[in-house]
Design a protein around this ligand. Structure first.
Ligand code: SF4
Length: 261
């Protein structure tokens, strides 16, 4: 890739909020992934360590995504550019499952939903409902703490155009599976969008066709968990009015009620 085309590939998104696609190298090298400052925060700030079970910051199991990150590190050396760990309370009874890191958001800062538009409403709402000690997430060392809630993604690495391939969602699912295996039996899973919804079901060995995604839909799952859905709090959904603050807060209110169930 020439310098100019690479620059274009990672140009900050314009109004669409979506990065341009890039051409992907054929192979990746694990050694370059390790150039990321590993273990810098360990268990501080609610981030999970790279323990290889619920999360592995050196994972390159998806070649296309690993290559995308490698290109990202070249163009934005100050960005985090690695799989993004779940964030929040390890004993959370509410687990929020998003899609994947955004290139100039979580991929830049290393914390889910931090640094881009999608996190604004999410952290405001978490604070409003008593899950966060602050209403905004700025960077990994800003002192933000979640209590009773955790945020994770169906896919831990940023995908080109915010669109993971089905095989990447499937490949990454074992991390979510490990997270949910460690969660309380009656955990409330709040899925932000259909990919998060489907990832939760796949993780629990349930048929996607038996549980239709819909904003505000809720399901008592056979294992005792609750699954509740919301439209994703993306810039597109909030700007177009598909998801309003009231709609989002109503889902959180319901989730909180289910947690007391
Ligand atoms: S998306 Fe998940 S499985 Fe794929 S490389 Fe990233 S961390 Fe590994």
């Amino acid at each position: 890739m020439s310098k100019s085309s690479a620059r274009k590939a990672f140009a900050k998104p314009a109004k669409s909020g979506v990065a341009d696609p890039i051409s992907i190298p054929r192979s990746t090298k694990r050694s370059s992934v390790q150039q990321v400052a590993l273990g810098e925060e360990k268990t501080a700030n609610g981030l999970w360590p790279s323990d290889g079970v619920v999360f592995d910051r050196t994972c390159t199991d998806c070649p296309r995504l690993a290559a995308f990150l490698e290109e990202g590190r070249k163009q934005y050396p100050d960005y985090y550019c690695a799989p993004v760990a779940p964030f929040g309370d390890r004993k959370a009874k509410l687990i929020i499952v998003g899609l994947a890191p955004g290139f100039h958001g979580a991929n830049a800062t290393g914390r889910p939903f931090t640094g881009d538009y999608a996190g604004v409403l999410l952290y405001q709402t978490l604070h409003k409902f008593g899950f966060a000690n602050k209403p905004e997430s700025i960077h990994r060392n800003d002192g933000l703490k979640l209590t009773g809630a955790r945020i994770t993604n169906a896919v831990k690495c940023v995908p080109p155009e915010n669109k993971p391939l089905p095989v990447e969602i499937t490949t990454c699912n074992h991390y979510l599976q490990a997270e949910l295996a460690a969660a309380p039996k009656n955990v409330v899973l709040l899925a932000l969008g259909s990919i998060g919804h489907n990832a939760c079901l796949r993780t629990l060995g349930l048929k996607v066709g038996d549980y239709k995604f819909g904003h505000g839909a809720e399901f008592k799952l056979p294992g005792g968990q609750w699954l509740i859905d919301s439209y994703h709090c993306s810039r597109y959904n909030t700007n177009t009015g598909r998801l309003t603050t009231d709609m989002f807060e109503a889902v959180f209110a319901r989730a909180k009620a289910l947690m007391a169930d």
